[in-house]
Design a protein around this ligand. Sequence first.
Ligand SMILES: Nc1ncnc2c1ncn2[C@@H]1O[C@H](COP(=O)(O)OP(=O)(O)OP(=O)(O)O)[C@@H](O)[C@H]1O
Ligand SMILES: [Mg+2]
Length: 364
Amino acid sequence: MNTNTASTTSSRPIVRLTDVNKTFGTGKDSVSALRNVSLSVPQGAIYGVIGLSGAGKSTLIRCINMLERPDSGSIAVAGREMTRLSGHELMVARRRIGMIFQHFNLLNSRNVYGNIAFPLEIAGVPKAKIKARVEELIELVGLNGRAKAYPAQLSGGQKQRVGIARALANEPDVLLSDEATSALDPETTIQVLQLIRDINRRTGVTVVMITHEMNVIREICDQVAVMNDGSVVEAGATADVFSRPQSSAARRLLRSQFESTPATVIPDLTNSDHHKLVKLSFAGASASAPIIAELIRSIAVTPNILYGRIDRMQGQPWGTLVVDLAGEPEAVKEALKYLERREVHVIELDVTAIEQAKESEQND
Ligand SMILES: Nc1ncnc2c1ncn2[C@@H]1O[C@H](COP(=O)(O)OP(=O)(O)OP(=O)(O)O)[C@@H](O)[C@H]1O
Ligand SMILES: [Mg+2]
């Protein structure tokens, strides 16, 4: 497993799961939703959880605040062992963990102010303090002037802003987000995610988020865990997981991140031992190193660059090149090894598939 730590966050874990197991049902109908899951979320990080439907993401996130009780294993949040708490202790501990939901879960009979004030009232905060805090939160999430509006009068994005403000009311250590933007349109999704990132930067609250949107993870998550069939199969800095996914589950999920080269830009080619058509992905340190120049200098291959593009990953450059490596078979092999050594993620492209894609693009 890949376990690099992002340099932008403190390495002290605020959430630590150790050997967590959770099975639903019994006998032949039972489902192992979590299998020996261990992971550490550094304080202050935005931590993404990805995986196919049914992989166990929601179960994992719901175990962090004990909405779901694990069968075994340890769940420590801010140094407190959640599995040992009960009743009042658990209620108090949960105040330190905010949660936002896909469908917002607002109280329709209460206005914006009332929704945000609700968790503070439950916590027994004095009225004057509630007023000051709610006003501060309304400002933080950009809902100035909407305090008196009811949920029915708000757009989806505004509703989620209320959801975020409510989740932050008791100044939690951790904010959990389960598909918080999947009911929103793409533009609103970006705004809400930017808001979450701003709040993370301004308040230092740690965020654990589930999303199906790989671009979201790429742009705002410092670290990411990949789940498959109840297990965490890979976890680490987003740049590492995205540029060099180790597990087949991660490669499958991230395929769209790599396979977006338009086929028509690639000339007619046939793969042979003397030609290897590869897609190279550079992130972090490898993005700024003169790797191709060094490759030409040290190995007898001619890299013919067919396509290139630079995207961003958390504000850092993330480069993609499609290259035809030409040379003697041994040299081509050596070149591939060299690239892997330089931490470039290499995918060998399927020439037949590209030719087919080209035909269909040209027919459009
Ligand atoms: N309360 C429950 N009772 C029975 N089975 C459950 C329950 N909650 C989850 N499961 C099962 O546990 C497995 C993991 O579910 P979970 O909801 O954690 O997946 P997920 O990764 O969040 O999926 P999705 O992306 O569809 O939300 C699934 O097989 C699901 O059917
Ligand atoms: Mg889910």
